[in-house]
Design a protein around this ligand. Sequence first.
Ligand code: CTP
Length: 399
Amino acid sequence: MLKGKKIVVGITGSIAAYKMPFLVRLLVKEGAEVRVIMTPASTDFVTPLTLATLSQKGVIIDPFKAASWEWSNHVELGQWADVMIFAPVTANSLGKMACGIADNFVITAYLSAKCPVFIAPAMDLDMYKHPSTQKNISILLSYGNSIIEPQTGELASGLSGPGRMEEPEKIIALLHQHFAQSQALHKKKVLITAGPTYEKIDPVRFIGNFSSGQMGFSLAKEAARRGAEVTLVSGPTHLDISHPAIHRIDVSTADSMYKACLSEAGKADIIIMAAAVADYTPQQVATGKIKKSSSAMHLDLVPTKDILKTMGLAKKANQILVGFALETSDAIANATKKLKEKHLDFIVVNSLEDAGAGFGGETNKVTILSKGGEKYLGQLKEKDAVASDILDLITQSKQ
Ligand code: CTP
């Protein structure tokens, strides 16, 4: 599976660097072309000679001392690699990656990466748990990187807890999974919507909902990771996403989401409508702030356009259309109705009767129904994992 794959391995200064010769040996054994880059600090833990011998290539530490090597340019390396693995990554290097502090070759290569990036942190448990480290990890995740979670166990300090770099065999298994999945959506165009819409009442008020956008953002990240070219149409959200394969279009109202989706839908192979679109909008937006009075207040609302239904009616052959359904009762019956009425291939059902499902929060529990009558029952999972399940189902249905 890794035969002919071009893999950059970046090593930083942690004791876990002792595991890296094993990883490099396994990669080479599988037929990968491996190029090792190291921070100066990492050379105290493992020798460049060992890694050069195992990778059968020179190791770059300081590019200015590497004039004789033909591949010492970090930009070239960024374009060359099919995947970059940074392991082990110290708290210091995580911070530099998150903030773009390019003071060594490993970080410049990371910043030049055009390929998927895997980062395997390794540090003592308190450093790992520190909010700064966790914040840096969430920044790196939001940029589309994959974090290889450290394992819990005995650490070099003698303490026990999370912080042990993942074992080389497990990293190889993750790479197998990555290459299997990345071929599945390679060059597919995927349109995803996320977040709420805001319908203006007056200059300072709107009708909205509690959607955070997280589910749609997780889907966008996962689709990009699997090789898709993603257009993400997002309602108002505080979430950040930055990935070379994700084109983000920000909208605010149901009508602006409708227009953005319709102009993109024709190009899409797969459309996933995870946004919580308002069903009604004020008939008129007051030009000035509406003043309070002692009597009851009435707002005239008119229906918005159903974006998904419109896309269902205009669906191209071979296009896959996925909707979401948020239900508070009779979830499966209501969702089945939406699946048929909106001409969907799949519907992802969130029931607010399930704890941990739906809007806000990091988790979701979904049931996925297909137009062919299949039913997938998901467990309560992180939204990133739910996104992965949804894309697995869609991908399998195409085979
Ligand atoms: N949807 C849409 N345009 C709308 C409303 C909803 O595209 N104006 C999409 C949502 O993005 C979701 C699906 O339709 O993928 C179902 O949304 P949901 O709110 O569960 O159902 P509705 O069709 O709006 O019906 P109801 O609110 O009566 O349950």
